[in-house]
Every structure is written in C-alpha cells, then in structure tokens.
Design a protein around this ligand. Sequence first.
Ligand code: HEM
Length: 141
Amino acid sequence: MTLPLTHPDALFARLGDETLRRVLWAFYARAVQDDQLGPVFTRKLGPFPRGGWPLHIARLEGFWRAVTGGPSAYRGQPGPAHADLGIGAAHFDRWLTLWEETLREHLGPAEAQALLTLAGRMRVNLERHARPFPPPTQETP
Ligand code: HEM
C-alpha cells in the first residue's frame, strides 16, 4: 500500500508522537555507532545520549512533525546546519541506509516507505548545502 504523500497530515496522524520519538532515538542510537556517521555527530553534539542530543532530537521531532503534517513549532534551517559538517554523498547514502533499517524495524511498511521517501527528497536539498571539502586556507609565504 502507498500512502498519499500529497496529504501528509494522514502520515503524522498514523504515526503519533510516541512512535515518532521512538524512531528518532532508535535511529540516532544507531547512527552514533556507525563508523562513518558517528564521529560527525559526536563532534557536534557530544556523547550520546547526553550532551546536545536531547535538544537535537527534540528539534528533529519538530522537523518531522512539520513535514508529516503534524502540529509543530519547528522554524529551523536544516540546509545551513549541514553546510560545515564535512559530509558528502557517501555520508548521505549511509544516513539513508540506517534510516531505512530503523523505519523497517519500527513501523509498518506503508509508514516506513513514506518516511523513507520524504528523507530521500530532503537529502537532495541538504546535500546541495553541504561542503564536504572546504578549500584549503591560503598560506602566506
Ligand atoms: C550525512 C548525513 C547527516 C549528518 C551527518 C547530519 C548531521 C547533523 C548534525 C550534526 C546536526 C546538528 C547541527 C547543529 O546543531 O548545528 C543536524 C541537524 C539537523 N539535521 Fe542532519 N545530518 C544528516 C542528514 C540529515 C537528513 C537526511 C535530514 C532530513 C531528512 C536531516 C535533518 C536535520 C535537521 C532537521 C536538523 C536540525 C536543523 C536545525 O537546527 O534546525 N539531517 N544534522
């Protein structure tokens, strides 16, 4: 079954607060253990699940509530937040793989597919902002 992404309010209503929160904590618990993604997250947010993690996940809850049509006060800027993390296509591929694994474990197939599709679309935009290889700083002779 395919959920109608043109009516995303149906998606949040089907997920609910608790499930969304559970999926996000499970996803980041997995991402932080990953060889490729873990160091990027830990550098920015500190040791999971303390440091900046509760705030990060609360923001992500707001973000996912907004994009699935739930009530949300999220007003962040995901693009710039990813500009200087030193990430590129391979990181985004890995992110989506772990996202898919987490969704398949926690949700029914229709909800999992809908959240995977949404993340795949957003990845395109975030990757445009990301600058994986900043130019070397000019050395003065
Ligand atoms: C390569 C994969 C990714 C990495 C390593 C990554 C890492 C991060 C980090 C470290 C932050 C915190 C930035 C800060 O506090 O300044 C962040 C914020 C965020 N990320 Fe990602 N991210 C990735 C992919 C994604 C994807 C695919 C999405 C959406 C589907 C996403 C959505 C967000 C959102 C909404 C925020 C909050 C931005 C704000 O402050 O408003 N990220 N990410």
